[in-house]
Design a protein around this ligand. Structure first.
Ligand SMILES: [Zn+2]
Length: 302
């Protein structure tokens, strides 16, 4: 999303315009966005000292490269200035100007549950497992060979079509994964690496966003950077970072937010939340669901 807005050499003119229009529209829709703090989140007290324990949930890992090969990040607050962001002498701030809820275009943050596994806004992390633990989406459909919740399918189809229109060869390598599959993956990893090692490289069953059917892992047609930190620098990874938000898909595990999410950066893992939320998060300059909704996270299992 907005953390990776540097134009890539592969970005075509049309794509650049479309992506810029999405971000500019998001910012233009909010009056006074530049004047308020970038985040209204509750501080996450449990996570700041746990960086050494951050984990990935999509094996295989490339330990030692996870941080070094990730792209530089820029702050969402460095977005190009627009007239609506320029403080005006004739518009004095109201007492409500620092209140995100009143100064944005009124996204009702309680419109959807953050705990119901079927909700587009559900927050699943190491503090908040999928409930019930053996949850499966009521309706699962196949998109590009992978199973996803029917709720996420239209925006996923649109994103893939957009990428094809831009000449980008995105593929899907993972979608819905059920509890038992994740349990097997983790058990095998524990047998091989011990519990601590397994926890570094795979989510415990019931704690993977993939179980909601609302998360996918992308790759590129050549497959050379599949589930690798290098994916961030591929044409496909760069395109996703710029355009996924415009289709309601959130880059879930960023370099800058490891202490909040509890995961190493995963430039291939995207979570469907709907464009209403990705737009509101861009407006607020908030990159994680945990911060936007004030939900606890971090590397420690509950
Ligand atoms: Zn994933």
């Amino acid at each position: 999303m907005s953390r990776h807005r540097a134009p890539s050499p592969v970005t075509r003119r049309g794509a650049l315009v479309a992506g810029a229009a999405w971000v500019a529209g998001a910012f233009a829709a909010s009056s006074g966005v530049g004047a308020r703090p970038p985040s209204t989140a509750t501080p996450l007290s449990a996570s700041s000292e746990q960086l050494t324990a951050v984990q990935v949930q999509d094996p295989p890992p490339a330990s030692g490269q996870l941080s070094a090969t990730a792209p530089p990040t820029t702050s969402a607050t460095e977005a190009p200035p627009s007239p609506s962001q320029t403080p005006s002498a004739t518009t004095s701030p109201t007492p409500n100007a620092t209140n995100a809820a009143s100064s944005t275009t009124a996204l009702d943050r309680s419109a959807h549950s953050t705990t119901d596994a079927a909700s587009p806004w559900v927050v699943v992390n190491k503090q908040h497992p999928v409930t019930p633990l053996d949850y499966e989406p009521a309706q699962i459909v196949k998109v590009a060979g992978e199973r996803v919740s029917a709720a996420a399918a239209p925006d996923l189809e649109a994103l893939l079509q957009h990428s094809r229109d831009d000449g980008v060869a995105l593929t899907l390598v993972s979608g819905f994964r059920d509890y038992e599959y994740q349990a097997q993956v983790h058990r095998r990893s524990v047998a091989r690496n011990g519990q601590a090692g397994a926890d570094r490289y795979s989510a415990r069953a019931g704690h993977s966003e993939h179980q909601t059917g609302l998360a996918v892992d992308f790759s590129s047609a050549d497959g050379r950077a599949t589930l690798s930190p290098r994916f961030a620098r591929t044409d496909e990874g760069l395109w996703l970072a710029e355009h996924a938000g415009g289709h309601g898909w959130l880059l879930r595990y960023t370099e800058a937010d490891q202490a909040v999410t509890g995961y190493n950066p995963e430039p291939w893992h995207f979570r469907w939340v709907g464009v209403e939320l990705t737009t509101a998060m861009a407006q607020a300059g908030v990159a994680t669901l945990e911060e936007f909704f004030g939900v606890s996270g971090g590397a420690q299992y509950a």
